[in-house]
Design a protein around this ligand. Structure first.
Ligand code: SF4
Length: 319
């Protein structure tokens, strides 16, 4: 069996507030294999981005990792000191943020930003780093002659591609894509997703792909993990999840997206809204919105358990 590249075990992240801790990631265990695309889906505030920030140890205060373990390429990420973390970030694990405009420096050319990243971590000469920056821009579909342009001179799609070029610069083993397509129109979104898939096949890196758009995610991911209210609801190969989702929340999420097939069913939203993490409901956190809830669901927390063929679900009624 292939050893996981990333092994997250019972990870907990709390936001420390004057009224007590609010748990934003609750006992999450997940693995990412080398070269795999793992999608992480869920509504806003379900813990997806907090999980990604915890993996790179870039959680903004007052968020703190309050339990669990994160192993990456055999190293205990939670035990690394600051110099070791700096050596790991970008070189072995990088991230493309939700808004490339916020992540890019507006007063430095995009070429210089890539050169700086290469030189800070790779020790290359200014000349070779610039040549490599040009190559990276071409790899993500930006003409090399845009190297001296600034972020504000590029379209949203191009800025997001620069973010991907920066993340690829040091050829990491894992790239985290945090809602990389949210702000883009449908055509650019599709182009970027296709490009990520092509690059991933060519370069062999693994991807943690975070989005609230489960339908898009199913097109590009090998496996998918569905978050609900800080916990994992379901984890499965993408094809199995599309064909036969086992958790009522995943079933609802899939029904909420329009189908592209002629005569397909009308999208249907999930009634109600996600619970506050300050005071989540007892038992299964989805029970107030679940039309299959029984008494047990209101009292006992369903644990994520194997359902066969790589499928896991946290539902008392899933078989
Ligand atoms: Fe619905 Fe109960 Fe399953 Fe939760 S455990 S998803 S409430 S059936």
């Amino acid at each position: 069996m292939t050893k996981p590249l990333l092994d997250i075990r019972d990870l907990c992240v709390d936001y420390v507030t004057p009224h007590g801790p609010v748990r934003a990631v609750d006992r999450v265990s997940l693995e990412v294999k080398p070269g795999e695309i793992l999608g992480i889906a869920g509504e806003s505030g379900s813990g997806k981005t907090t999980l990604a920030q915890a993996l790179l140890r870039i959680l903004p205060p007052p968020a703190v990792i309050s339990g669990g373990e994160v192993w990456f390429e055999g190293s205990d990420i939670l035990a690394l000191d600051e110099p070791e973390l700096r050596a790991m970030r970008w070189r072995r694990m990088s991230m493309v943020f939700q808004s490339a405009m916020d992540a890019l420096n507006p007063v430095v050319t995009i070429g210089e930003q890539i050169v700086d990243t290469l030189r800070a971590h790779g020790g290359s000469t200014p000349r070779s780093a610039r040549a490599r920056a040009g190559e990276l821009l071409e790899t993500v579909g930006i003409p090399r002659d845009r190297i001296d342009g600034y972020a504000h001179q590029l379209s949203g799609g191009m800025r997001q591609r620069v973010g991907i070029a920066l993340a690829l610069a040091l050829e990491p083993a894992l790239i985290i894509l945090d809602e990389p397509i949210t702000a883009l129109d449908v055509i650019v979104e599709r182009e970027i997703l296709e490009q990520i898939r092509v690059l991933q096949r060519r370069l062999g890196f693994a991807v943690l792909f975070i989005t609230h758009d489960l339908a898009r995610m199913l097109q590009v991911s090998d496996r998918v993990a569905v978050f609900y209210a800080a916990r994992l609801a379901e984890v499965a190969p993408a094809a199995a999840l599309r064909r036969a989702p086992r958790h009522p929340y995943t079933q609802g999420l899939l029904r909420a997206f329009p189908t592209v097939h002629p005569g397909g069913e009308e999208p249907e939203s999930i009634p109600g809204s996600p619970p506050s993490l300050r005071n989540p409901p007892p038992g299964c956190r989805f029970h107030p919105r679940c039309d299959r809830a029984v008494d047990k669901c209101r009292e006992l927390t369903p644990e994520l358990r194997p359902l066969g063929a790589g499928h896991f679900g946290a539902c008392h009624l899933a078989e």
